[in-house]
Design a binder for this molecule. Structure first.
Ligand code: ATP
Length: 475
C-alpha cells in the first residue's frame, strides 16, 4: 500500500467525519482501507458488495467532494470489494468497481460484462436500496393488548413494554425471554416489535426465527457467496428479534455470524430481543462468548400461568371470538388445562367445533369429554423422582445408592442415565436436575448427558440398557 493513498484517504476521512454523525462515520467509513493511488485515482477496499452499494447510494456525493478537495477535478474512486471464495480454502479475492456517477447502480451493467446474473444483495430482496425498507415479518395479531398479564409473565411483559417505549435505550439489551412450550414467547416477541413499529414507524424492526436465520446464512455462504452481505444486512436493523435462539446450538458458522451482528447492534445502541425454550445456563453447544452476551441484559422467564391468568386468557379469547360460555365451563377448562396456553386455546377451539357440529350447547358433559380426550393425548410429564425410581429399580439398587457419592462404575452410570433421561423427558433445568439427583451442579449433569450420548454410540450393551429404560419410562 503506498503511503500517498493513506495520506489522501486520511484527509478525506477528516472531511467526511466533519459532515456526518459519529455513528454513521464508524459504521460506513472506519471499515474502509486505502489500497493505492495512481494518477488521480484512489482505490479503497470495502468489506462487501452491499457495503459498496450503500456507499454509492448514500455517500457518493460526500466521497466525491472529499476526493476532489484532495486530488482535484479529475479525482476518481475505485472500489476493491473483498469477496469470500466459497471454493475450498482459496483465499478471498477482490473485485474492482469504479465509483459510478450515476444516481442508481446498474447491476445488469456490472454483471453482464462477466456473463453473470445479478446477485441478490441480502437475505431479503430489497428493490433498489434507496431506503432500507424491510418487511418486519411481524404478526400484528400478536400484540400487547391481547397478551394478558399475570404473575407468570409480569417481568417479561413489563420489560417488553419498557423496550418498546425506548428501544435500545434501556438496560434490557438484549432481552432474553425464555420458558416452556406454548407459554407465549413468540407472542411477546412479536408484541414488542409491533409496539415499536407503532411508536417509531421509521425504525427498522426485523423478526426472524433462528431456523430461517440459519437457512439464510447457509444460503449466503453456499449459494451466493455473500456472507459479508448477510452480516451487513442484519447489522443495519434497529431492532432485531430472533425467536428460538437455542436452535443455533451446534451451528458454529451461524453462531459466529450472529456474534458479529450482535456485537455491532449492541455497540450501536440497537435493540436485540431473543427467545429461547431454556435459560442461557441450560443451553448446550452455544459458544461461551455468545452465552455471556445473552446474559448482558435481562433474562426473563415465562412461567406456567396461574389459575386466575388462565381464566382471563380464556375469557379474552372467547370475547374476541364472540363466543359465550357459562362460568363453570370456563373454570373447568382453567382447572384442567394448566401447562400450555396453546393447549388451552386448542381445547377452546375443539369445544366450539364439537358444539357447532353436534348442534349441542356447550355443557359440562361435553367439556369433560373434549378435555379428557385432549388431556389424554398430551404427554404426561415425568418427574425427576419417578425417573430415578425407574432407573434404580432397573439396575437393582435403591435411590439413595444412585444418588450417593460413590465412584463405582455401575452406580455412576446409573446416575448418569437418570440425569440423561431427566434432561430428555422433563422441562427441568440442568441445575435443578443436579440438585435433585444427589446435589450435583449443572456441569455434572451436562457431562452426564454427553457421556450417555457417547456410550450409546460406542457400547452396545449400554445402548440396550438405555433403550429398555426408555420404553419403561414411556409406558
Ligand atoms: N399471556 C398471554 N395472553 C394471551 N394469549 C397468550 C398468552 N401467552 C400465550 N398466549 C397464546 O398462546 C399461544 C402460544 O403462544 P406462543 O406461540 O407465543 O408460545 P411459545 O412460548 O412461543 O411456544 P413454542 O416454544 O412452542 O413456540 C399463542 O396463540 C398465544 O397467543
Amino acid at each position: 500500500m503506498s503511503k500517498d493513498a493513506v495520506t489522501v484517504w486520511n484527509s478525506c476521512l477528516q472531511f467526511i467525519e466533519d459532515n456526518i454523525t459519529p455513528h454513521l462515520f464508524d459504521t460506513w467509513f472506519k471499515p474502509i482501507k486505502p489500497v493505492k493511488l495512481e494518477n488521480s485515482s484512489l482505490s479503497i477496499q470495502v468489506p462487501s458488495k452491499f457495503f459498496f452499494e450503500w456507499l454509492e447510494e448514500h455517500y457518493a456525493e460526500l466521497l466525491k467532494a472529499s476526493l476532489r478537495k484532495e486530488l482535484g477535478r479529475n479525482a476518481k474512486l475505485v472500489y476493491n470489494i473483498r469477496m469470500e471464495n466459497k471454493r475450498g480454502n482459496n483465499p478471498a479475492y477482490t473485485e474492482n468497481l469504479p465509483s459510478t456517477k450515476r444516481k442508481k447502480i446498474d447491476y445488469q451493467d456490472i454483471d453482464s460484462k462477466k456473463g453473470k446474473r445479478p446477485e441478490l444483495k441480502n437475505p431479503f430482496v430489497i428493490p433498489g436500496i434507496k431506503n432500507l425498507k424491510i418487511d418486519s415479518q411481524l404478526n400484528s395479531n400478536y400484540n400487547f393488548d391481547n397478551f394478558l398479564e399475570g404473575e407468570s409473565n409480569r417481568l417479561a411483559r413489563s420489560a417488553g413494554r419498557a423496550i418498546a417505549n425506548k428501544p435500545g435505550g434501556t438496560s434490557f439489551n438484549p432481552l432474553l425471554v425464555f420458558g416452556g412450550s406454548g407459554l407465549g414467547k413468540t407472542h411477546l416477541a412479536h408484541a414488542i416489535g409491533v409496539d415499536i413499529k407503532e411508536k417509531y414507524p421509521e425504525k427498522t424492526v426485523l423478526y426472524i426465527s433462528s431456523e430461517k436465520f440459519t437457512q439464510q446464512f447457509i444460503d449466503s455462504v453456499t449459494k451466493r457467496n455473500n456472507r459479508n452481505d448477510f452480516i451487513h444486512f442484519y447489522q443495519l436493523v434497529d431492532v432485531l428479534i430472533v425467536d428460538d435462539i437455542q436452535l443455533l446450538s451446534g451451528k458454529a458458522g451461524t453462531q459466529e455470524a450472529f456474534f458479529h451482528i450482535f456485537n455491532h447492534l449492541h455497540q450501536n445502541g440497537k435493540q436485540v430481543v431473543l427467545t429461547s425454550d431454556k435459560a442461557p445456563v441450560d443451553m448446550q453447544d452455544i459458544e461461551q462468548r455468545l452465552l455471556s452476551r445473552f446474559k448482558w441484559g435481562l433474562s426473563a422467564e415465562l412461567q406456567t400461568p396461574d389459575y386466575e391468568t388462565r381464566i382471563n386468557i380464556i375469557k379474552s379469547k372467547l370475547f374476541r371470538d364472540g363466543v359465550e360460555m357459562p362460568d363453570e365451563i370456563v373454570e373447568y377448562l382453567a382447572e384442567n388445562v394448566k401447562h400450555n396456553i396453546r393447549e388451552l386455546e386448542g381445547a377452546i377451539i375443539s369445544l366450539i367445533a364439537h358444539s357447532s357440529f353436534s348442534k349441542k350447547e356447550i355443557d359440562l358433559e361435553l367439556t369433560e369429554r373434549v378435555v379428557s380426550n385432549f388431556v389424554r393425548k398430551t404427554k404426561k410429564e415425568l418427574s425427576i423422582g419417578q425417573i430415578q425410581k425407574v432407573v434404580s429399580e432397573y439396575f437393582d439398587m435403591d435411590v439413595d445408592t444412585l444418588q450417593s457419592k460413590t465412584r463405582k462404575r455401575h452406580i455412576v452410570q446409573a446416575r448418569q442415565i437418570a440425569m440423561y433421561f431427566s434432561k430428555k423427558m422433563t422441562k427441568s433445568s440442568l441445575a435443578n436436575i443436579g440438585k435433585e439427583i444427589g446435589k450435583r451442579d449443572h456441569a455434572t449433569v451436562l457431562h452426564a448427558c454427553k457421556t450417555v450420548d457417547n456410550l450409546k454410540s460406542t457400547d452396545k450393551s449400554f445402548n440396550k440398557y438405555v433403550e429398555e429404560l426408555q420404553l419403561k419410562l414411556k409406558t
